[in-house]
Design a protein around this ligand. Structure first.
Ligand SMILES: *Cc1c(COP(=O)(O)O)cnc(C)c1O
Length: 384
């Protein structure tokens, strides 16, 4: 590309980083290298370092370079799912006997990975309300090797002060991991605030079109990035070429999509505020939100996720979900289409009865980028 006098803007990086025109054909989009192995020019004579697609694949490399550039890290790595990325990260930075502090409203699958899988391998955890950095400090033990933060959190949209928790973690010699799935690097840059590793479910906003399952890690430090890359290859949960291509395509429009997701969410929140059946709203853009100031400081806008409680308990919440028409009843989030769900019975069923249990009268919406008036009208009829 051209030489630059000033740092590139986010959208420029999203469209160009890792994506030089193809050297052979000039194709402006990285091709899908649907291939497992590569011809060597004599034994060990690799072309561009490629020998086998678990170790590296050019389509995945394009995505990985773009991810690193977007998060401002030294190394990006793409995985078969968000949970595959998490598992690889955790088994790289922790070993039996180690301890990790996790948030009290983590994504259900993340909690299950800690609670049901990693505990069997000798890793212990404590749950803290990471919205209060002093509670993180209180949960740290001599063998704590990492602190895990999800902000905004799922499904209660809790906000954690990344810079403050980075200080707490680093003072104890622990790494800070931030799950940046809900914000995306367009709205929030955890590494710049002191985090050591960013985790993504690229299934969500990064892919953005509900057509791919994927995950990512971005490390601030090249040494840790190298260790993660070693484990990515050794454990093997890599993103395939077509999936990498889909995520890379989604990323090109991440900025414009996040602007519209955030603007549409504001309209939905305005409806919820004036609706008599809504008893509580979880949205970091509200001044009443306990950590609104922190969100305003560390996020560019407040994103497209909104949760709320309705009068009438669990049954009423389930009925709102069932009555919605334009909001599709379904799990997941972050796609162009709006989704609605009942976390207690759907995405967060796996945390029922645990410290992470969510309110029974809670409804979560992933506000898409359809015409805002249509979304407001649909949710209004579902609530009435
Ligand atoms: C979906 C999600 C994950 C897990 O990602 P998968 O791609 O489903 O494996 C992790 N964290 C958050 C915040 C999520 O929303």
């Amino acid at each position: 590309m051209t030489d630059h006098q000033h740092p590139q803007g986010f959208e420029t990086i999203a469209i160009h980083a890792g994506q030089e025109a193809d050297p052979v054909t000039g194709a402006v989009v990285p091709p899908i290298y649907q291939v497992s192995t590569y011809k060597q020019d004599g034994v060990g004579g690799l072309r561009g370092g490629y020998e086998y697609s678990r170790s590296a694949n050019p389509t995945r490399t394009a995505l990985e370079e773009c991810l690193a550039a977007l998060e401002g890290g030294q190394r990006g790595l793409a995985f078969a799912s968000g949970l595959a990325a998490e598992d690889t990260l955790l088994r790289t930075i922790l070993k039996p006997g180690d301890h990790i502090v996790i948030p009290n409203d983590a994504y259900g699958g993340t909690f299950r990975l800690f609670n049901k899988v990693l505990t069997r391998w000798g890793i212990s955890f404590d749950v803290a309300d990471t919205q209060h950095p002093e509670q993180v400090r209180a949960a740290i033990k001599p063998n704590t090797k990492a602190v895990w933060v999800e902000t905004p959190s799922n499904p209660l949209l809790g906000i954690t002060d990344i810079a403050a928790v980075a200080q707490v973690a680093h003072a104890a010699g622990a790494l800070l991991v931030v799950d940046n799935t809900f914000a995306s690097p367009y709205l929030q840059q955890p590494l710049a605030l002191g985090a050591d590793v960013v985790v993504h479910s690229t299934t969500k906003y990064m892919g953005g079109h509900s057509d791919v399952v994927g995950g990512a890690l971005v490390a601030a430090d090249a040494g840790l990035g190298e260790e993660l890359a070693y484990h990515q290859n050794a454990m093997g949960a890599v993103a395939g070429p077509f999936d990498s291509w889909l995520v890379l395509r989604g990323i090109k429009t991440l900025g414009v999509r996040m602007d519209r997701h955030s603007a549409n969410a504001e309209q939905i929140v305005a409806l919820l505020r004036r609706h008599p059946k809504v008893t509580k709203i979880y949205y970091p853009g509200l001044v009443e939100h306990a950590n609104h100031e922190v969100a305003a400081k560390q996020m560019k806008a407040f994103g497209g996720m909104v949760s709320f409680c309705v009068e009438g308990g669990e049954q009423a919440a389930v009925e709102v979900c069932n009555r919605a028409k334009l909001f599709t009843l379904g799990e997941s989030l972050g796609g162009v289409e709006s989704l609605i769900e009942h976390p207690g019975r759907m995405t967060h069923a796996s945390v029922a009865g645990s410290l992470l249990e969510v309110p029974a009268d809670l409804v979560r919406v992933s506000v898409g980028i359809e015409s805002a008036d249509d979304l407001v009208a649909d949710l209004a009829q579902a609530l009435d």
